[in-house]
Design a protein around this ligand. Structure first.
Ligand SMILES: Cc1ncc(COP(=O)(O)O)c(C=O)c1O
Length: 401
């Protein structure tokens, strides 16, 4: 398939921006197929270069040779806290507050029931982002039923008005998965806490894309996945953040033996471990977890503030290229134009979005489709460049042409 012709001024701008990009060399830390523009790192991050060898070592040596000794000698047992401490600086958390394991859905359950228990009796409502990713809504409904609360869907912008003395828990996404809208984590956290509620943030679409500042903004609890901007691999384990001030009182609804203060005492009574480790449940998924640990090497020496600056520059430039290449009126951005309201993706609404995305993918530009009519383009600054943004917009324009 021949490449559509570029607008020279945009191609030149892309080349100049890539040449000046301090993060551009980080692409070498990833294994990406030639000729592909990968704009789906907000769904599944690319493969970091060291993961294949690290994983082979885990399988062949740590498991194959050391066998059960690896729980200790290869530090398998402490991996959930150790890797949590590597994720912590990326989300603005001091050590000891993030534990890795299970899926985001399972961690949402722990966080929401734990939050309801922290909120105590006398409060009746669990406010949940009305546009949330479905699993958050499903789990919020179930957690509410189990704890005697009523789950109430609320647009994040309306949360301050909806808060009251009856609010027990608030569950919000920092970045909306469909539109890419960034919500006001500092402001909404402060409002929820001022009302006496416990706030839980889902960081799936923000961790690794922008500064989160969990400690700085006094967030209570947070969850997130590691397979998007953290590049942990398909189905890599998620994480749970429990602010230090809540740890002693955090009462997990899944008190498995791994979260026990002394798991190998094998006692019939449950005594929770100190710190974030009480968020553990059962035996960790070591192969995925250690693949994630190796993947996090891609972040060595990287400042999340620089990632954010490049992410905004990339999405600005992509929107500019879309305006130049795509005939007017055929696509509409549903991602806010304002930097303070934009995550690290651009979502374009269009007719026949599913077919359009299929065409893009067949031409080597990989984004994704979200029902009913949204084309999503995720920009991962560690491995996406400005020439990628230009080519993606140019290919989109060609499809409409
Ligand atoms: C915002 C958000 N929350 C939760 C999930 C689900 O996570 P998991 O499948 O790991 O439970 C996703 C998955 O894409 C998501 O985007």
């Amino acid at each position: 398939m021949s490449e559509p012709t570029a607008i020279p001024a945009l191609a030149a701008r892309a080349a100049a921006l890539d040449a000046a990009d301090e993060l551009g060399k980080l692409r070498e830390r990833f294994t990406l197929p030639d000729g592909v523009v990968y704009l789906d790192g907000n769904s599944l991050g690319a493969l970091p270069a060291g993961v294949a060898a690290a994983t082979a070592d885990v399988v062949a040596r740590q498991w194959g040779e050391l066998l059960i000794r690896s729980w200790d000698e290869s530090r398998w047992w402490t991996a959930p806290e150790r890797i949590g401490d590597r994720i912590a600086p990326l989300v603005g958390a001091a050590p000891g507050q993030v534990v890795v394991g299970d899926s985001t859905s399972v961690n949402l359950f722990k966080a929401l029931v734990g939050a309801a228990r922290l909120a105590g009796p006398g409060r009746t409502r669990l406010l949940v982002d009305a546009a949330t990713f479905p699993t958050d809504g499903y789990i919020a409904q179930s957690a509410a039923r189990m704890t005697g609360l009523t789950a109430v869907p609320v647009d994040p912008a309306d949360v301050p008005a909806a808060l009251g003395p009856d609010t027990a828990v608030v569950l919000l996404n920092q970045v909306d998965y469909r539109t890419g809208r960034l919500h006001d984590l500092p402001g909404l956290t402060a409002a929820a806490r001022a009302a006496g509620a416990v706030v839980v943030w889902d960081l799936c679409h923000s961790a690794g894309a922008l500064p989160v500042g969990l400690d700085a903004h006094a967030v209570d609890l947070a969850v997130g996945c590691t397979y998007k901007y953290l590049n942990g691999g398909p189905g890599s384990p998620a994480y749970l953040y429990i602010a230090e001030r809540h740890q002693a009182a955090f009462d997990s609804p899944l008190p498995g033996w791994n979260g026990h203060a002394d798991p190998f005492a094998m006692t019939p009574d449950y005594r929770p471990a100190e710190g974030a480790a009480r968020g553990r449940v059962g035996t960790p998924d070591i192969l995925s977890m250690l693949a994630l640990e190796a993947a996090l090497d891609a972040w060595d020496g990287v400042r999340i503030e620089d990632v954010r600056a490049k992410s905004l520059a990339l999405t600005d430039f992509f929107l500019e290229c879309v305006a130049a290449y795509v005939p007017q009126g055929l696509v509409e951005s549903v991602t806010p134009a304002g930097h303070d309201q934009r995550g690290s993706q651009v979502s374009l609404r269009t007719e026949n979005a599913r077919e359009v995305m299929g065409e893009l993918i067949s031409r080597g530009v990989i984004g994704d489709f979200r029902a009913p009519d949204v084309l999503r383009f995720g920009f991962t600054p560690l491995y996406v460049g400005f020439a990628d943004a230009e080519r993606a917009a140019r290919t989109l324009g060609h499809i409409f042409g």
